[in-house]
Design a protein. Structure first.
Length: 281
């Protein structure tokens, strides 16, 4: 009931609208709207009295559904929260329904619960939705642009540093490392540093079809560099390259690359770097 109390507080203390409240409490706008509707029917006032416990509040709200006699209205799950929970490793609709029905015994049966969730998910924006489970995938790539480093202050000689970027599929936690080249030793070392940064290894490493990693790109049976495969196996991972000419397969890492490029090449465009250590600081 903590979320219900937050919804009521944001509405009656701050006068926020449904969408603004939904963002703050992590719920769907429809959930906020339904909660406020039930609160109005139950004639709840704000602030709630000290005698209003969570049990009393729940009873007041869900006995005040506003349905006609002889018609039962099942409590509506927060589908946005269900969608987020399904991204967790080992999470299923069956588990989420079990939790839902234990709280609301008069709620939707499992088949109806699944149908309603799928209907809700189908209304999401028409894009390639990629749901990544925690610990499942690490997307890796090099940025297209390089960073200029002054390697000799007297002569002004410069050298280009390449940016390696790794991003976790589920959390979007990212790691970047500047290297002098995109050769196999640098590629492998960047992976090792990234895994040390993340504190663990994913089930899958998802590279682009760069020559350093993929000897022969193919939709069905890509040929992966043996050293790269050996490194992945050492950490208990496997290599799953993106499909050739399918940019949406690597949308996650492309977004991380853009963020790194905007920071190093945009915000820090006037800064002069004199070593790789400065770029990586």
């Amino acid at each position: 009931m903590r979320r219900v109390r937050e919804i009521l507080r944001y509405r009656f203390e701050q006068g926020l609208g449904h969408k603004s409240i939904a963002v703050r409490v992590g719920a769907a706008p429809s959930t906020v709207r339904e909660t406020l509707r039930r609160a109005a029917i139950a004639e709840l006032s704000w602030p709630l009295g000290d005698d209003i416990s969570d049990a009393v509040l729940e009873a007041a709200l869900y006995k005040a559904g506003g349905t006609k006699t002889g018609h039962r209205r099942s409590p509506e799950p927060d589908w946005a929260q269900v969608h987020r929970e399904l991204k967790r490793k080992h999470m299923t609709l069956q588990i989420l329904w079990d939790e839902y029905i234990s709280r609301y015994p008069e709620g939707y049966r499992y088949s109806r619960f699944c149908d309603l969730y799928r209907g809700w998910a189908m209304k999401l924006p028409v894009t390639m939705r990629q749901d990544h489970a925690a610990g499942d995938k690490l997307f890796v790539d090099y940025a297209g642009d390089t960073v200029t480093v002054v390697v000799d202050r007297l002569s002004g000689k410069t050298r280009q540093a390449h940016l390696f970027v790794a991003v976790l599929g589920a959390s979007s936690l990212s790691y970047a490392q500047a290297r002098w080249s995109e050769t196999l030793p640098d590629w492998i070392e960047c992976h090792i540093l990234a895994l040390e940064f993340f504190g663990g290894a994913p089930a899958l490493l998802v590279p682009d079809n760069a020559k350093v990693a993929i000897i022969k790109a193919c939709h069905f049976d890509p040929q992966v560099n043996r050293t790269y495969c050996g490194m992945a196996a050492h950490y208990g991972s496997a290599v799953l390259p993106t499909r050739p000419r399918r940019p949406r397969d690597k949308a996650k890492v492309e977004a991380a690359v853009r963020i790194v490029e905007r920071w190093l090449l945009g915000r820090l465009r006037h800064r002069i770097f004199y070593s790789l250590a400065e770029v990586n600081a």
